[in-house]
Design a protein around this ligand. Structure first.
Ligand SMILES: Nc1nc2c(c(=O)[nH]1)N[C@H]1C(S)=C(S)[C@@H](COP(=O)(O)O)O[C@H]1N2
Ligand SMILES: [Mo]
Length: 313
């Protein structure tokens, strides 16, 4: 079974007992309900992840780095802020609102939304626009499976994802120094969202998703810069027109809507030609070339046929 235990975080940082148990019970039921499709790929099922070279032929980024070096501005702008403060966020119960161009809209309990949907394990590279990257075994539901259940209609050309706005539990949203207009919003073209590589992530390294990584669920769009993969999603809206997205609103010349990983298009303030693969240090920077579409070009380049990717960055 994939989900065994929570990450090794201090007892003081886990959610209150009752909440913890109710989600645990749910996770167990989910695993039973999903049956065989929930199993990890055979090669990984019986091995410990630590130190294992991945299916991609690249070393996995250790779990302690995946859970301690994060971007989650709702908890602060330093890389270690999310690990320090994300435990202040309550993730159970969790309600998701579905709106817009779809037959089934309304308020849904998170558990009901994912009930019966197949959970899969995928090892993906995540490339941040700040030029660091990691390789992580994520558990999640193909995004298409999540979205199709709402039966988007013919007008639905895009999908917008809104993440949690709860200043009482998110100190970055209370900070006087933050420049983001909360909540954090991201969007995809519907055909991008329906691409088989797009995943709605519910776990990491076979464990329940830690709060700092976006519990209880977050996007993972591996061919795009990390900022497209919104964490702790509470709203899904199907739209006719391209939704606005947080980073584009903040700095339109630096962050586009598409945000496909592209070593040939530099960020105005730094090169995107290479990346620091975590773990990375001063003495061992572990700098490697960045690949078009983060190495997934063969699968996804067709989505952008005929588009000028220096214009639609
Ligand atoms: N809600 C929310 N989602 C977010 C962010 C954020 O600040 N808030 N940061 C994004 C950025 S810039 C990156 S690189 C990834 C980092 O994911 P990780 O911390 O799990 O590695 O999350 C993305 N999702
Ligand atoms: Mo990022």
């Amino acid at each position: 079974m994939l989900i065994k235990r929570r990450p090794d975080i201090p007892a003081s940082e886990i959610t209150p007992e009752a909440v913890f148990h109710s989600r645990r019970r749910f996770v167990k039921e989910l695993a039973l309900a999903a049956g065989a499709s929930f199993a990890a790929p055979a090669a990984l099922a019986n091995t410990s992840y630590e130190g294992k070279a991945s299916e991609l032929g690249e070393a996995l980024t250790p779990l302690d780095i995946v859970t301690s070096y994060n971007n989650f501005y709702e908890f602060g702008t330093d890389k270690d802020d999310p690990a320090s403060y994300a435990h202040e966020m309550t993730t159970d119960p969790w309600t998701v609102e579905v709106k817009g161009e779809a037959a089934k809209t309304g308020q849904f309990a998170f558990e009901d939304l994912i009930k019966g949907l197949p959970q899969e394990e995928r090892i993906y590279r995540l490339r941040c626009v700040e030029a660091w990257s990691m390789v992580v075994p994520w558990t999640g539901i193909p995004l298409k499976k999540v979205l199709a259940q709402f039966e988007p209609n013919g007008n639905a050309k895009y999908v917008e994802f809104t993440t949690l706005h709860r200043p009482s539990e998110m100190r970055g949203q209370r900070s006087l120094f933050n420049s983001i207009d909360w909540p954090y919003v991201e969007g995809l073209r519907l055909d991008e969202a329906y691409h088989p590589l797009a995943l709605m992530v519910t776990g990491v390294y076979g464990r329940e998703l830690p709060n700092q990584n976006g519990a209880p669920w977050r996007l993972m769009v591996p061919w795009k810069y990390g900022f497209k993969s919104g964490k702790s999603i509470v709203k899904i809206r199907f739209t006719r027109r391209q939704p606005r997205n947080t980073w584009n609103l903040l700095a339109p010349d630096e962050y586009g809507f598409y945000a496909n990983v592209n070593p040939a298009v530099d960020h105005p303030r730094w090169s995107q030609a290479t990346e620091r693969r975590l773990p990375s240090s001063l003495f061992n920077p572990n700098r490697i070339p960045t690949l078009p579409f983060n190495g997934y070009a063969e699968q996804v380049a067709g989505l952008y046929a005929g588009m000028d990717l220096t214009k639609f960055y």
